[in-house]
Design a protein around this ligand. Sequence first.
Ligand SMILES: *Cc1c(COP(=O)(O)O)cnc(C)c1O
Length: 423
Amino acid sequence: MLTVPFHKPSIGLEEIDEVVDTLKGGWLTTGPKTKKFETEFARYLGHQHAVAVNSCTAALHLALEAIGLEAGMSVVVPTMTFAATAEVVRYFNAKPILVDCQATDFNMDVADAELRIQTALTRGEKVTAIIPVHYGGQVGDVAGVATLAQRYNLKIIEDAAHCCPAFYRLDANAPWQSVGTAADISCYSFYANKTITTGEGGMACTNRIDYADRMRTMSLHGISKDAWKRFTSEGSWYYEIIAPGFKYNLTDIASGIGLHQLRKADLLRHQRMQLANRYAELLGAVDELILPTEHPNRNHSWHLYVIRLKLEQLTLDRGEIISELKKAGIGTSVHWLPLHMHPYYRDTYGFQSEDLPQAARLYPEIISLPIFPGMTGPEIEYVCDQLKRIIAGHVKASAKMPLPKLQETITGNLQSITSGCKP
Ligand SMILES: *Cc1c(COP(=O)(O)O)cnc(C)c1O
């Protein structure tokens, strides 16, 4: 039996040698390699400034601090995201306005965001920012978010944790640009299972020097500029604290890994894209599944490969399929239990699951399959064979017969039309 993990990082000899070089060089924490990583990262994605930090969560926190988020304000956040996107809002004692997702790509439903902003405004809330997430690496509705931000005077902080790299263009004649280009600040993650990794790490990018300066200062205790240089020959022993900052700086050990990961980012994305294409070939004919697709003019980083189960045609649920896959040695994951269904957000803001109906409806249907550069042909074939075997053994009898199946499809369509309507 093969075993296929959910993820394996792609670490080469270059990364290993660079870490050894850093250790031998004696400069372990933030230093020249981090500066170089920032410069190359900014250049690669076409952003003016990049501030390296020790996680994407830290980047999001610094971004909200830089735009001046204060207690009592509100920030628009998708419910279909990881903990970090909303917890950083709570760090300020500000309120996340959770927004529903679209069934097509799990990205934030911009029309729903507008309705919820209007409701918040009528309650007298001060809505100051929006944090779109590009789910799994599929670029979301960047233009829609920009229009919304302009209409309601919101700062845009993009949670681009899945997007190194992901590019889009506004139409077929427009130039390709990185996610984050239309944002005030965009935040990337180098967590162990992200598209490129430094073990732990993140980057906050912006075209505004004032935001970059503030984030840099706040990432290292609120110490005036280039604090890390104080231990070098160019630096000085004297520094001043201008605000109570944080300890979010990235080490040179991590940045050394990042430099090499960055140089491979296009290649790694290409390999994930080939795996996504292979999944589409191998699973395309399975009636009980809905496979992810890529929007035209918005490319997908393929950080995640998330399939949907047509549960009404199956006699087992998502949890059972995941444990069957696990028994076959295959690692999977679920991205995510929507935030509004977690105890903290449910209890703090009084959410019912149906308050964000699409996310609640999609949640039981989703499974993230293994996708990582280095995944072999036999491995992906094994995953698909096992998934097909499990599904084939559990198709509802009614779904096998042509006539009832037709009826089910009709009702299914009606249901999806009804549930697609806004309240
Ligand atoms: C991984 C992730 C983060 C947090 O990244 P860290 O680098 O682990 O802090 C934030 N948002 C999303 C959507 C993520 O998937």
